[in-house]
Design a protein around this ligand. Structure first.
Ligand SMILES: Cc1cc2nc3c(=O)[nH]c(=O)nc-3n(C[C@H](O)[C@H](O)[C@H](O)COP(=O)(O)OP(=O)(O)OC[C@H]3O[C@@H](n4cnc5c(N)ncnc54)[C@H](O)[C@@H]3O)c2cc1C
Length: 423
């Protein structure tokens, strides 16, 4: 049992039921929080109200955000790559929750645009680091006719007796180069401003594009966008995460040197598994921040707004509603941290851990933000108040990095495989 001398209010940290953090971790959390509060929130609010073209225009606050996050050294790729697994387990959830709390669209922008640079660092090849290490990047996976099919790249969820469509982007090996033709989906994060991409697409290695499972042979490569043959579509207009610019990229006979190829036919499947596992884990951290932001706004509001003769929080039904939000946020965060612990342990990484977290946390963020809108009453629907934006941002997350249903199907398949392997 616990021996308690004096009963007092619970001591809560930035992330609720937060145990004592080591000094260095607390310093990182606090500086990320300051940056999220002073830089990300105000810029995120401004960008949310702009048209997509204005978001990327010269002089837009997006560029000031990029400069400030670079100067603050908060997403330092070399430092992240050099952390040991224990540090990553502790620090990545803390860091990305704060950034998500600041603005999820900007948080995803920073991460997605650093994917090519991060892949270059991980390759250990100085030439790739030199070429891609300092560029604004993008993560190219989906195509107009190939959304969930890309997320189900290994065809675990394909309908029996069928095969995937050919999609809209095709690489072909040609001597010392790979030639790229076609287009991406309009959903590629950072595309309108990206200078390069970490591209995953179908590839004809000389024997057609299909594999024996009805899926497509894949290739992963780093592609510069400044060497001719690349053009961009109009930036996409969408309901949530509006500070995150997105759009199509078109490739016309783009010649990519073979030294920029990261993985080919056999090694791309495990490589994509690894990237999706990281991305889904990170989505879990970021959207804990969105869920927490909605809870905090609701907590403030119910202690200020009076109806029925008293502050809203004094009504018993409201207490239950607030407590339910709190409990959901705590449970989602516990899941996100658990995914990090598993992925950086000797048993991990595995997509099962990450999709369990991503689907739970993004659904929680949406449910909690939606309840916050309800608690704000009519004010919740007004753009004068912050909660409707959080609800829109969380809504987008349920489709981003894999739509939650298809991710859940893949999770179920892996759960069954794990169960059968352990029998
Ligand atoms: C905010 C945001 C950021 C994004 N960033 C990127 C990015 O950086 N790079 C990138 O490449 N893409 C990105 N995407 C694209 C995203 O990955 C896709 O939108 C997503 O995978 C869904 O694909 P889709 O939109 O084509 O929907 P579809 O695949 O057409 O799905 C439509 C519906 O059909 C269902 N469905 C599909 N297949 C099956 C199946 N086999 N069994 C049962 N149901 C099925 C789905 O569950 C869904 O409800 C982003 C999307 C968003 C919203």
């Amino acid at each position: 049992m616990f021996i308690v001398d004096e009963i007092s209010a619970p001591r809560l940290g930035l992330t609720g039921l937060q145990a004592d953090l080591p000094e260095q971790d607390r310093a990182i959390q606090e500086s990320a929080h300051r940056f999220a509060k002073e830089v990300m929130r105000p810029i995120g609010e401004q960008l949310d109200k702009l048209a997509p073209q204005e978001v990327i225009a010269t002089g837009s606050p997006l560029w000031s955000y990029l400069e400030q996050i670079r100067d603050a050294g908060i997403v330092d790729l070399e430092a992240l790559a050099s952390m040991d697994p224990a540090q990553k387990t502790r620090l990545l959830p803390l860091l990305f929750e704060e950034l998500g709390w600041g603005d999820s669209g900007l948080a995803i922008f920073s991460l997605a645009t650093s994917f090519p640079a991060y892949a270059a660092y991980l390759s250990g090849d100085p030439e790739l680091v030199e070429r891609f290490g300092g560029s604004i990047g993008s993560w190219v996976g989906t195509q107009p006719d190939r959304g969930s099919d890309m997320v189900d790249w290994d065809t675990t969820e394909i309908y029996p007796g069928t095969r995937h469509g050919k999609g809209n982007l095709l690489a072909r090996v040609d001597g010392d180069a790979v030639i790229l033709n076609g287009q991406t989906a309009a959903w590629v994060s950072g595309a309108p401003v990206a200078q390069c991409g970490l591209v995953y697409c179908q590839c004809d290695y000389g024997d057609g594009v299909y594999n024996e499972r009805g899926g497509l042979n894949l290739i992963a490569m780093l592609v510069p966008f400044d060497e001719g043959g690349v053009s961009k579509g109009k930036p996409l207009d969408k309901i949530g995460q509006r500070p995150l610019p997105q759009g199509e990229i078109f490739f016309d006979e783009v010649k990519v040197p073979k030294k920029y190829v990261l993985t080919d036919r056999d090694s791309t499947s495990p490589n994509f598994f690894g990237v999706l596992t990281f991305a889904n884990m990170e989505m879990g951290f970021t959207f804990c921040g969105v869920a927490r932001a909605a809870l905090e706004h609701a907590l403030d509001y119910v202690h200020e707004r009076r109806q029925g003769g008293i502050e809203l929080i004094q009504h018993q039904s409201m207490k239950l509603r607030i407590f339910d939000m709190w409990r959901r946020v705590e449970a989602a965060r516990a899941m996100a941290h658990r995914a990090a612990q598993y992925n950086y342990s000797a048993n991990g990484p595995h997509l099962l851990a990450s999709v369990t977290s991503k689907t739970l946390v993004t659904q929680t963020a949406f449910d909690v933000a939606s309840e916050a809108v309800q608690i704000f009453g009519g004010n919740g629907l007004s753009k004068e108040y912050p909660v409707e934006k959080l609800m829109r941002d969380a809504r987008a997350a349920m489709i981003e990095d894999g739509e939650n249903t298809i991710l859940s199907l893949k999770g179920a398949t892996w759960l069954s495989k794990g169960y059968q392997a352990g029998r």
